[in-house]
Design a binder for this molecule. Sequence first.
Ligand SMILES: Nc1ncnc2c1ncn2[C@@H]1O[C@H](COP(=O)(O)OP(=O)(O)OP(=O)(O)O)[C@@H](O)[C@H]1O
Ligand SMILES: [Mg+2]
Length: 322
Amino acid sequence: MITLTMNPALDLTLHLAGPAKTGALNRSVSSSVTHGGKGTNFSLALLSAGVPSAAVALLGGAAGERFRAMHEERGLKITAVPISAETRTNVKVIDGDGVCTEYNQTVTVTESELDDVIAVLDALVATGEHKIMHMAGSLPAGAPKSFYRTLCERYGDRVACIVDADGEALKAAVAAKIPPVLLKPNKAELEGLVGRPLTNESVVEAAREVRAATGGRASVIVTLGENGAVFVGANGGGTVRVSAVKVPVVRGFTAAGDTFLATFVARVLRDNGGEGAVVPARGLQVRGDAGASAAMRAAARAAAEKVALEGSEIPANISLDI
Ligand SMILES: Nc1ncnc2c1ncn2[C@@H]1O[C@H](COP(=O)(O)OP(=O)(O)OP(=O)(O)O)[C@@H](O)[C@H]1O
Ligand SMILES: [Mg+2]
């Protein structure tokens, strides 16, 4: 499996003792740096479930090196596409009352760096070893909003594409001539896609609309945070709802969606002969409602283990059994 992280970042979290003051100096009482990359978090969760992947990420400067080292420590080797800009450091300030304010950096990539991404992906796809490509997260400045769509159309005949994106990038991917086989919006992302507010019930109808927009080809998983998730199967497949697993102390939401999706995919592959058995034109083969339900339950349990962990820490030894 290939995973792509176009806009990785280091996340610097500063904890303040009291309220945050704008226009004044705020001193932290503690701080930490974690890795923030959607595809790389997905790869870490896959690895934890025993599934290897080729993690491609655009990386630059000292922050990029640190990002790479943090993953190597966790056993994930990253295939870096070097960029001239320094990898982002995003800042999260959590004040004494627990109020969180985020400041995100913008990185701009050049056209030739985007060509380098394509060249790396071309080479990986050409090996024939990979039957799935996962693309997730925001796009850096300089990349067209149609970038994921372009990748689906370029590679979709040889690899089954999974898209976990937001806004225009997601909208464009849904309209690809070879559409993704699996989409994983959360509720807010789905609301953006269908252009109306949704409830935990009406997400089903909205997910079916999105499936229809792909000619029925995409399965859609809508994650609903503490309210669980819904799966709508491709090609008129069934609908399966799963509840979230109760967590005594919630510590970090980051990468909950990535852990959910990775566990779902790992379980579906295990039930269907592994990645080698995937036929991209047939999409991700989920064995009916029972197959979807088993994968969704394993995913909800792993995601619950994740939210019990700090920051973007991914649970160790994710189990696919239920
Ligand atoms: N408070 C919670 N308690 C238990 N499980 C949770 C909680 N929040 C999230 N989860 C689990 O994690 C899954 C994914 O969460 P969510 O919908 O927040 O994903 P997301 O917004 O895509 O996250 P991200 O993009 O940061 O990875 C949920 O479907 C649920 O199973
Ligand atoms: Mg998400």
